[in-house]
Design a protein around this ligand. Structure first.
Ligand code: R5P
Length: 344
C-alpha cells in the first residue's frame, strides 16, 4: 500500500526574536533548524539554510518589529531561500506585523504599506501566514494565501481576571480597539469606556472625548500596540480628568515601546503594564522589569507606588522571568500555541 508522505516540520528562527522561536521549538519538542544569517562588509544580508529543506513543511518565525525594515528584508530573503530549496510549504509566523498601522489611505497620495508588505511576503514564496492580534483584522484579506489570525486576548483576559479587581471599567483608547476591549470587558463582567482619538500631527495622538462613566472606578486600558506611549498617556490623562482612580492597569499585545516610551509610561498612575512576548522587550524595558519604576515625587491625590513593573505574558507558554503569575498562565498561553501548531 502506498501511504502519502507527510512532509516533516522544520522551524527556523530569524534574528528578530530567536528567544520566542526557541521557546516554540521547545514546546513542540523539536530543535530549531540550522541557519546561517550574516552580513557582508558592505552591509548586505546573506542567509543559508544549513540542512536540507526539500519537501519539508517549513516555518519561519520572524516578527517584523524594529528594526522593521531589516527584519522584513531578512524574512523575505529567508522565504526566497526556502522556496528555491524546494520546501513543500512555507509558513511565515509573524507574531508582530510591522507596517500594520498603514493599512489604508488616511490622506491623499499616501501608500498602503501593509498591503505592499503582504504582496512582498507572498511574492517571496510564503504559502501561509500565522499572525497574532493584527492591528486591523482586514489585513488578513491583504494576503491571497491562508492567514491564521491568533489572539492573545484569552491570555491577557485570564491575567486580569486573576487580579480580582473591583469596580472595574475596561477602556479602549480609541474606537478601533472597541471590539477587542469588549471581549475583555465581557470576561471581567465589567462596563466599557471608549476614548475618541485624533491625530493632529504625524505620530501625535490626542484624546478629545471619553464615552463611559469612569468616576471612582479602577480602569484597565487595553491597546494592541504601545509604540511611543502617547496614546496611553493621553487616555490616562482623560481618565483622571474624568475622576478615575489613579491606579490604572495597562495591557497590550505588542510592546514596541519606541523612543522614550518606557520613561513616558513611568508615571505614578500606571500600576502595572501587562505585555506579551510577540516581540522582544527592549533592553531599557527589561531593565525596568528588574527594578521599580522611577519613584515619582508624591503629589497630592497621587498615591506613591513603590514598585511597579512590566509583567510579561509569554505567547509561547514558556516562562521567561520568574513571576509566579506566569507559571499559572502557561497553560492558557500554550493553548494559543496549540492552535498555532494544530495547523501544521
Ligand atoms: C493605533 O490605532 C493603535 O491601536 C495604538 O493605539 C497606537 O499605535 C499606539 O501608538 P503610540 O503608543 O505611539 O501612541
Amino acid at each position: 500500500m502506498h501511504l502519502p508522505r507527510t512532509p516533516s516540520l522544520k522551524l527556523f528562527a530569524g534574528t528578530a526574536h530567536a528567544e520566542l522561536a526557541s521557546a516554540v521549538a521547545d514546546h513542540l519538542g523539536i530543535a530549531l533548524g540550522g541557519l546561517q544569517i550574516t552580513r557582508f562588509a558592505d552591509g548586505e544580508l546573506y542567509v543559508k539554510f544549513e540542512e536540507s529543506v526539500r519537501g519539508t513543511d517549513a516555518f519561519v518565525l520572524q516578527p517584523t518589529c524594529p528594526p522593521i525594515d531589516a527584519n522584513l528584508l531578512e524574512l523575505l530573503v529567508l522565504v526566497d531561500a526556502l522556496r528555491r530549496a524546494s520546501a513543500d510549504r512555507i509558513t511565515c509566523v509573524l507574531p508582530y506585523y510591522g507596517y500594520a498601522r498603514q493599512e489604508k489611505k488616511a490622506a491623499p497620495r499616501e501608500p498602503i504599506t501593509a498591503k505592499l508588505i503582504a504582496n512582498l511576503i507572498a511574492t517571496a514564496g510564503a504559502s501561509r501566514i500565522v499572525a497574532i492580534d493584527l492591528h486591523a483584522e482586514a489585513i488578513q484579506g491583504f494576503f491571497d494565501i491562508p492567514v491564521d489570525h491568533l489572539t492573545s486576548i484569552q491570555i491577557i483576559g485570564d491575567s486580569l481576571v486573576a487580579k480580582n479587581l473591583r469596580d472595574v471599567v475596561v477602556v479602549s483608547p480609541d474606537e478601533g480597539r472597541v471590539k477587542t476591549v469588549r471581549k475583555i470587558a465581557g470576561r471581567l463582567n465589567a462596563p466599557l469606556a471608549v476614548g475618541y482619538k485624533v491625530h493632529p500631527d504625524h505620530g501625535v495622538s490626542d484624546i478629545t472625548h471619553l464615552a463611559g462613566d469612569v468616576r471612582g472606578k479602577t480602569c484597565i486600558v487595553y491597546d494592541d500596540i504601545i509604540s511611543t506611549g502617547g496614546s496611553i498617556n493621553e487616555i490616562i490623562d482623560a481618565l483622571l480628568e474624568n475622576g478615575a482612580r489613579p491606579e490604572i492597569t495597562v495591557a497590550c499585545t505588542h510592546p514596541v515601546l519606541a523612543g522614550r516610551a518606557v520613561e513616558r509610561l513611568s508615571r505614578p498612575e500606571i500600576k502595572e503594564l501587562i505585555v506579551t512576548d510577540t516581540i522582544p522587550l527592549r533592553r531599557k524595558a527589561q531593565r525596568q522589569n528588574h527594578r521599580p519604576f522611577r519613584r515619582p515625587p508624591v503629589r497630592r491625590g497621587h498615591p506613591a507606588h513603590p514598585r511597579r513593573r512590566i509583567r510579561f505574558f509569554p505567547i509561547s507558554g514558556v516562562s521567561r522571568h520568574s513571576y509566579p503569575v506566569e507559571t499559572t498562565r502557561a497553560e492558557s498561553a500554550s493553548g494559543t500555541l496549540r492552535r498555532m501548531s494544530s495547523i501544521t
